[in-house]
Write a new protein. Structure first.
Ligand SMILES: Nc1ncnc2c1ncn2[C@@H]1O[C@H](COP(=O)(O)OP(=O)(O)OP(=O)(O)O)[C@@H](O)[C@H]1O
Ligand SMILES: Nc1ncnc2c1ncn2[C@@H]1O[C@H](COP(=O)(O)OP(=O)(O)OP(=O)(O)O)[C@@H](O)[C@H]1O
Ligand SMILES: [Mg+2]
Ligand SMILES: [Mg+2]
Lengths: 259, 236, 346, 305, 485
């Protein structure tokens, strides 16, 4: 589904990603782990078109998307969340989600201004869709919260809303950057389940960056470990988590004790 | 002997019309490591900001090292010896790592090279990245700079807001080792953490905050055994 | 009794023009009241020399039934915007500074001006430079204002007729630095004719010419007739001899200075014509009353055509042509002396 | 050749004045990210203060001091006085708005601009004043290289502009203040957390910014341009443009932008059209914005998601 | 270990904060609180209905030409404000060249409907053509602006506006290559007088009342259209662009296109306004399309609350009606004193203190008057300065020095210094300062400001902008924005 071929991303003298090959199959959940600065977020940024790769290519369903405008990449079916949550803070919760249906909807400024039936109908559909997506997170983002401004949300809820917003763009592939960061263990567990459900109910291919090994263990079909922009291990969670390089560079000696 | 270094007494804090901290009291004693736990958005960061003077409380009193600082502005408090590792790190993105560290020593005038060395010792990676713009660092690297920057002013009290957020497991471990290490060097600390297990394992004492009120306080070891707390925070 | 409306740029970039005009107009009304025991009043309408604001204010003036006449508006473009309305309502408009020639072409039946128009000044100045001062080459600086363009066109036209070499440079009103322009003035130019309304600009050009060692001398239009223009040897044309030198105007000058706490230096060419304009209106209204009529706008307008002021504050006699121009309006040429004073030379 | 030379001299003096105004914009922008629309009017106040000092010292003709000393006092008093005005403006119009949206200070600045213009008109009357330097500095004083003349006032203005720019760069680069200013620019709250007294730094920034504008205002007067309450708008616009061309927030950028703008204006007026020069400046601005959207010296914003 | 509540309802870890959100709002008191309250409670439909009734009633009952003209100006201004609100309020673009589009529309109408170029296009052709052309111009200007954001856009557009003015002023003598004589296209600084009237559906618009009704329809349609757009797809997308362009882009929204669209919509509205305005004025002149108007429109949008449509309406009202009210000396005097009394009342915090302060002010005035007459200082005869009803009363109390301008200026500077001092002074000093300031304010007003009503008007507008921003930075009806976190 998503193929990353010989990808290199260089900033000045610094190679954040070098010569990276990753293949993600349809319906898979792949976790990307690695020490801080390994190039995980950079990978996402390249895939979604925020950075133009120095070398290499990114293929979606066999077609190259490298270097395309982020909006185009999104329209082709890749949606993401951000490591440092970027919501539309002054818009309401439901508006955040509705706004993200922009590319899927058609009513233009004239039909809206004239209030044509088609545009009214579309508006209803969009709202229904947003409500459905928000209900994905149980009661956390439903009901009266729809109309609250995004800035009034707690950090964890913001992360949830970001996921809902990404889903509203009807993606085939979903990229989640540290979805559980800043959540307490209870919430972490909840988000782990949600990610699982996303795949089954929404028929999504998901790529996750996460530092919380409970989450990684709980969701991954496959784990890829990066360090210095290079893949150092790939495989099932157990095999990667015990890989000596990964333990050395990433997990630390304590991990074995804690496990 | 426990002499209070930082105290908040019956503090009420508002953001505009919204009442956040409600009649909150808290103490950090000299040389003590205190952790502050609580759910999302319950006001942990606000507590730190109030202590630092970034937001001013409507009522209540704040003292530092015996001095009433309730109406003193932040720069004065920093001069008195409070430093902070803010939530989301708040580095100066377009400035280099080295400049960021030097800014940390602003209240001391010029930065002391010995302090710089100490930071580089703690985070060798930063030494290589001295001249990189801080905004381009990865999340974890930024966290290192943020801690290093706070240490540059040789604080008596360090306020840390989620120092382990976004760090790799290995660095989480290291950062707690570092916190413990700093604690041993006699720096008092008030640490906000989601990672309650770890936090309680290094702390002396802890407070639990819930929607702007302190609902629980006590020795770290006691808190670690608290049933409801376990269920809510400590997970499995 | 009645109200004299004053339309002038009382605020904004050229407020210095409007404030002086308004002050002199008010003085004229006060003087007349004092002498005749009348109770004419004035009312300000600020236009900021903006035709749009003038046209917003115009209905306001029309709506005020006590209005007997208008001193102003200051700019020709404002007359274009409002002249029609005032004409239709038979309200006399006596402008102290709108000099554009075609305003008195018959389009605006109630329009008068207390100053001669561009066609009296422009060609006269060109003639003087060429015939009397023997200029071979003249550079004309046209400031892009309603005043500047009108005058520059007249001057250029006459210079072409006289077959001397003439070059025109246009500058924007907002421009403040003339060094580049002066560098452009050819070395063989004898005169630089300027059409500024602010004499400080003329002074700046004159000094810059000296600094850059150009032989050309500044010849300023009436807009330059302010004390800030004092480069020795430069010429100025004005529609009146310096009123400070006219014995009969001394009382008015003294009145102005004491009423508004001003000095001689604050009196420019803009003020005294406003005095005359206001005087024309109140005197006409006064005559209406004396004849037993009501001093409304219509009667006053009719009476203004009969205006006869033997010696106005400007030193000349004032009477109007059927189109509203001053009869026999002429220009005087002065040369500036070393101490900044003006010597009448033609 | 000499024509070009003369136009360059014209342009550089004009550019020096623009650069000083641009620096003021850039300094304030660099720290607070606000467009200080009142800056042009602060410049106007500076020019007026210089004028009144000149009057107080005996006016253009009867001065009892040696000319250089008189000019020095004009600059000093005007810069300090206007600097204080800058502090007051910041205290009342901007400081209460530090925490509000970025658009609020913009409107507040427009308000201050209107206030200053009309207060000046009220206090100083609407008349246009002139420093009339020609009556105590002979217009012929100066030197020429070939046909290019540089009169003494122009020379003074040029030298002074460069000295001020140099002093400013030293101040910003070599002192803690400079670093603090940059930190505040990036993240005000974080700067506060570092113990930076931002009130103090911002106060100084406004002082210096206004003082530079005042210097430009006095220079403007010395160069024989009229002084009036409405004089601030155009130089303000040009200074603003210069700052943007150079990269707003950048100090070398403001200087380069100012000088460039002055020279371009002189050359277009000298060779192309005397009244379309703003149009060419606009083309320059567009070109710079297209080729280097952050200005000549501006740094590219970091994009990191 | 101390528990401060019983263990059962500790509720540790539950996300309760948002649930309590409403409860924790401490309502704002006073006038601003009422504004907030009305803003939330009165339904938009009711608001607009009231407005419509008022507007229709005004047109039907008022026959004073001046008032109608002001109303028509207000309507044009309101439409412009709505247009700018799209560009700046919705999409967050700082377009400082906005009035140039207005001017362009006006000039385009003048050129196609006057003797200037001898073109007399029918209205149903010229107006749509001009709106489309202005929109296209907006598109062109937005091209280089695509890559610009925030303040860079501001300077480019600001300069664009200035260049537009310059081009119009200078296009009165264009010499085309191959021609001897220059031609006058735009009339330069003389403008273009004598425009054709609108002629629509066989009806010629002759009076200002005709245009008033036309404008009413235009404004109503604009309001409906803009409100609808704001609430639906495009409006939402604009807001995302304003909030976070990068995130917006990553959600499949083509940020540049939307920015350009906003620009174009704004330009088209401004162009339309321009045509109507030109027709009303029956002439076009370039000065009207400069900074002062831009300042007023921006002030209207922001005072009302950037992004809020009711806010734009309110802002437009205030910014276009207030300056006209202030033209009338009596009104402005009453307004001034009312505001002064209200301000002193608000700052006194309590009626007792207010009474105390008021009597102190009165005492101060008498004292000054007595002392000055004891010193036999020269004064102006009271008969010459009392114009308004208020000052007629005041003259028995207030000292009027002979040299009004000098003393007025001194007092003015003193007043500013005192106000400056006041806001940073300690409570105790404030206590004494307040009556002093109030007295000097009255003194300055009566002695100095009354004789320069026009400068005063501008001073008040300037002061109002600053003060309102400080008191309510988000504007009358705006929402507080959270910028970063
Ligand atoms: N725009 C940029 N300019 C320069 N360097 C950059 C840029 N973006 C990222 N980098 C560098 O690339 C490296 C990888 O960064 P990235 O954000 O991808 O790390 P990461 O794996 O997501 O780490 P973390 O887990 O801490 O978020 C870092 O060393 C960072 O400094
Ligand atoms: N500047 C602000 N303006 C208005 N409300 C704010 C502001 N900052 C924080 N809040 C609100 O105050 C509440 C407490 O915020 P705070 O940041 O203290 O929570 P926290 O406990 O640190 O949460 P987290 O775990 O997410 O870091 C939140 O609901 C937040 O939305
Ligand atoms: Mg990352
Ligand atoms: Mg927090």
């Amino acid at each position: 589904m998503l193929e990353i071929k010989k990808l290199t991303m260089q900033f000045g003298a610094l190679k954040s990603i070098s010569d990276l090959d990753i293949t993600v199959n349809k319906g898979e959940i792949v976790s990307v782990i690695g020490p801080n600065g390994a190039g995980k977020t950079t990978l996402f940024n390249v895939v979604t078109g925020i950075y133009k790769p120095t070398e290499g290519d990114v293929l979606l369903d066999g077609k190259s998307i490298a270097g395309k405008d982020p909006a185009v990449v999104n329209r082709l079916g890749i949606a993401r969340t951000f490591q440092n949550v970027r919501l539309f803070l002054n818009m309401s919760v439901i508006e955040n989600v509705m706004a993200a249906t922009y590319a899927q909807t058609k009513s233009n400024i004239f039909s809206s201004a004239l209030g044509l039936p088609a545009s009214r109908k579309e508006e209803k559909e969009v709202r229904a869709k947003a409500e459905e997506l928000l209900s994905f997170f149980g009661t956390r983002l439903t009901g009266y919260r729809w109309e609250q401004p995004a800035y009034s949300l707690s950090y964890a809820n913001r992360r949830r809303l970001e996921i809902a917003r990404a889903l509203a763009t009807n993606p085939k592939v979903l990229l989640l950057d540290e979805p559980a960061a800043g959540m307490n263990p209870k919430e972490t567990q909840e988000i782990t389940e949600v990610i699982g459900r996303l795949r089954s109910e929404k028929d999504l291919t998901i790529l996750v960056i996460e530092h919380d090994m409970h989450v990684v263990e709980g969701i991954s079909d496959r784990v890829i470990a990066l360090d210095h922009g290079v893949k150092i291990a790939e495989g099932s969670f157990d095999s990667v988590a015990t890989h000596p390089d990964v333990v050395e560079a990433y997990l630390g000696k304590g991990s074995a004790d804690r496990k | 002997m426990t002499t209070p270094l930082l105290t908040l007494e019956n503090v009420d804090t508002y953001y505009g019309a919204i009442h956040i901290l409600q009649n909150l009291s808290l103490t950090v004693n000299e040389g003590e490591l205190v952790c502050l736990l609580g759910g999302n958005a319950c006001g942990k960061s606000t507590t730190l900001k109030t202590a630092l003077g970034m937001v001013s409380p409507k009522n209540g009193k704040i003292t530092f090292a015996g001095e009433d600082v309730t109406n003193k502005n932040t720069s004065v408090r920093v001069k008195l010896g409070i430093a902070v590792v803010p939530e989301n790190r708040r580095l100066f993105g377009p400035m280099t790592v080295l400049e960021n560290l030097k800014i940390g020593a602003y209240v001391r005038g010029e930065a002391d090279p010995a302090d710089l060395e100490r930071v580089f010792e703690l985070f060798p990676k930063l030494k290589d990245r001295q001249s990189q713009l801080a905004g381009t660092l990865s999340g974890g690297e930024q966290q290192m700079v943020a801690v290093g920057r706070a240490l540059m002013s040789r604080p008596r009290l360090l306020l840390m807001d989620e120092p382990s957020m976004g760090l790799s497991p290995r660095l989480v471990e290291q950062s707690f080792e570092m916190i413990a290490g700093l604690h041993q060097q006699g720096i008092s600390m008030l640490v906000v953490e989601q990672n309650a297990n770890m936090a309680l394992s290094v702390a002396d004492r802890g407070y639990v905050l819930q929607t702007g009120r302190i609902v629980l306080e006590g020795k770290a070891s006691d808190l670690a055994g608290h049933e409801e707390l376990r269920r809510a925070y400590l997970g499995r | 009794s009645g109200t004299v409306a004053i339309m002038a740029p009382l605020t904004g970039g050229v407020a210095f023009i409007g404030v002086e005009q308004a002050n002199f107009a008010k003085l004229a009304v006060a003087d007349y009241n004092k002498k005749n025991g009348t109770t004419f009043v004035t009312k300000d309408y600020d236009t900021q020399l903006d035709a749009a604001q003038a046209s917003t204010q115009a209905p306001n003036i029309v709506a005020d039934k006590t209005t007997i006449g208008i001193v102003g508006p200051a700019g020709s473009q404002e007359v274009l915007a409002t002249g029609g309305l005032f004409g239709a309502n038979d309200i006399a408009v006596v402008s102290p500074s709108a000099t554009r020639t075609n305003l008195t072409a018959g389009t605006y039946p109630s329009f008068f001006r207390s100053v001669p128009n561009d066609s009296q000044q422009g060609p006269g100045d060109a003639d003087y430079m060429v015939k009397t001062l023997k200029a071979k080459e003249v550079t004309v600086i046209e400031e892009k204002t309603a005043y500047g363009t009108g005058l520059a066109t007249e001057v250029m036209g006459q210079l072409k007729k006289l077959k001397v070499k003439a070059t025109k440079y246009s500058v924007n009103e907002k421009n403040a630095d003339y060094a580049a322009l002066v560098t452009r003035v050819s070395k063989t130019s004898d005169f630089v004719f300027v059409t500024f309304q602010d004499a400080a600009k003329s002074q700046s050009v004159a000094q810059e010419l000296i600094k850059q060692k150009k032989k050309a001398v500044v010849f300023g239009s009436d807009g330059s007739d302010q004390p800030t223009f004092k480069t020795k040897g430069a010429y100025i044309s004005a529609f009146a001899p310096d009123i400070k030198g006219i014995a009969s105007s001394a009382a008015v000058i003294a009145g102005f200075k004491s009423t508004y706490n001003k000095t001689d230096a604050d009196i420019t060419t803009f003020g005294p014509p406003a005095y005359v304009a206001a005087q024309v209106i109140v005197e006409a209204a006064g005559r209406v009353c004396a004849a037993g009529g009501t001093a409304n706008a219509k009667n006053t307008l009719a009476e203004i055509f009969k205006t006869k002021i033997a010696k106005s504050v400007l030193g000349s006699a004032i009477a109007f042509t059927a189109q509203g121009d001053v009869k026999g309006g002429r220009f005087y040429v002065f040369q500036i002396q070393a101490d900044g004073s003006r010597k009448l030379i033609g | 050749m000499s024509y070009l030379g003369q136009q360059l001299v014209n342009g550089l003096t004009l550019g020096g004045v623009y650069a000083l105004i641009a620096l003021g914009y850039s300094l304030v922008y660099g720290v607070l990210q606000i467009l200080n629309f009142a800056h042009g009017d602060v410049y106007m106040v500076g020019a007026f203060l210089g004028y009144f000092v000149e009057l107080a010292l005996g006016g253009p003709t009867k001065s009892f001091l040696p000319v250089p000393l008189m000019i020095f006092i004009m600059f000093a008093v005007s810069m300090i006085g206007t600097g204080l005005l800058g502090i007051i403006i910041e205290r009342f119009a901007y400081r209460p708005l530090r925490k509000s949206s970025r658009i609020a200070p913009l409107i507040s600045a427009l308000g201050v601009s209107i206030l200053l213009q009309n207060a000046a008109q009220l206090l100083f009357s609407a008349n246009i004043r002139s420093y009339d330097t020609s009556s105590f500095i002979p217009s012929t004083l100066g030197f020429s290289i070939g046909d290019v003349t540089v009169d003494s006032v122009r020379l003074t203005v040029l030298i002074l502009a460069f000295v001020l720019m140099f002093a400013l760069s030293r101040w910003v680069n070599k002192t803690q203040v400079g670093r603090a200013m940059r930190a505040i620019a990036v993240d005000r709250d974080a700067a506060v957390m570092m113990g930076i007294d931002i009130d103090k730094v911002i106060r100084w920034t406004f002082f210096v910014s206004a003082a530079l504008a005042a210097a430009a205002g006095v220079m403007n007067g010395l160069l024989l341009r009229g002084v009036s309450s409405g004089m601030g708008f155009v130089p303000g616009l040009k200074g603003f443009t210069a700052a943007v061309i150079g990269g707003i927030g950048s100090i070398p950028g403001a200087m380069a932008g100012g000088l460039l703008l002055g020279v371009v204006e002189s050359l277009t007026q000298g060779y192309l059209s005397t009244n379309f020069s703003d149009f060419y400046t606009f083309l320059l601005l567009i070109a710079v914005m297209l080729l280097r959207p952050n200005g000549l010296f501006g740094k590219k914003a970091i994009v990191k998601a | 270990m101390t528990e401060q509540t019983t263990p059962e309802n500790l509720g540790i870890g539950t996300d309760e904060w948002v649930a309590q959100h409403e409860k924790r709002l401490s309502r704002r008191a006073g006038l601003l609180g009422i504004v907030d309250f009305l803003n939330q409670k009165v339904s938009p439909l009711v608001r607009y209905l009231l407005l419509a009734i008022f507007a229709v009633g005004f047109g039907a009952l008022v026959h004073n030409l001046y008032l109608l003209r002001i109303a028509a100006n207000l309507a044009v201004f309101l439409a412009l404000t709505l247009g700018l609100n799209v560009v700046m309020g919705f999409a967050g673009l700082l377009d400082l060249g906005f009035v140039a589009f207005f001017g362009f529309g006006a000039y385009a109408y003048a050129l196609t409907s006057s003797a200037q170029l001898n073109q007399h296009w029918p209205t149903y052709l010229s107006v749509p053509a001009i709106v489309i052309t202005t929109a296209f111009l907006g598109y062109l200007v937005s091209l280089p602006s695509r890559r610009l954001f925030g303040d860079y856009l501001a300077i480019v557009t600001l300069f664009f506006g200035q260049v537009f003015i310059q081009l119009i002023i200078s296009s009165d003598s264009i010499t085309f290559p191959g021609h001897e004589d220059s031609v006058d296209i735009t009339g330069g600084s003389n403008g273009i007088p004598g425009l054709d009237q609108f002629k629509l559906f066989g009806y010629t618009f002759k009076t200002i009342t005709d245009y008033y009704w036309l404008l009413l329809v235009v404004v109503a349609l604009l309001l409906v259209a803009i409100t609808r757009v704001d609430r639906t797809r495009v409006g939402r997308a604009w807001r995302t662009v304003r909030e976070d362009p990068l995130a917006s882009q990553s959600m499949g929204i083509k940020v540049n296109n939307l920015k350009m669209l906003a620009f174009i919509v704004g330009a088209a509205i401004a162009g339309l306004c321009g045509t109507i305005y030109a027709a009303i004025q029956n002439a076009v002149f370039i000065n009207g399309f400069d900074m002062p108007l831009l300042t007023l429109i921006y002030a209207a949008v922001i005072l009302g609350g950037s992004g809020s449509i009711p806010g734009s309406i309110l802002g437009a009202f205030v910014m276009s009606v207030l300056p006209e009210i202030l033209r009338v000396q009596n009104y402005s005097e009453i307004l001034f004193l009312t505001v002064l009394i209200l301000a002193v009342a608000a700052l006194s915090k309590g009626w007792k203190r207010f009474g105390f302060n008021a009597s102190l002010v009165i005492l101060l005035g008498l004292l000054v008057k007595v002392i000055s007459s004891a010193l036999s200082l020269a004064t102006t005869p009271t008969s010459t300065w009392a114009v308004g009803p208020v000052s007629k009363a005041l003259k028995y109390w207030l000292l009027m020095p002979a040299n009004r301008i000098l003393w007025g200026n001194i007092a003015f500077v003193l007043l500013i210094a005192l106000i400056a001092n006041y806001s940073i002074a300690k409570e105790r000093v404030k206590f004494y300062l307040l009556p002093l300031i109030a007295f000097i304010a009255i003194f300055v007003w009566e002695v100095r400001l009354v004789i320069e009503p026009n400068t005063t008007r501008q001073l008040i507008i300037g002061m109002m902008l600053v003060v309102l921003m400080i008191v309510r930075p988000q504007g009358f009806l705006g929402k507080t924005r959270v910028e970063v976190l």
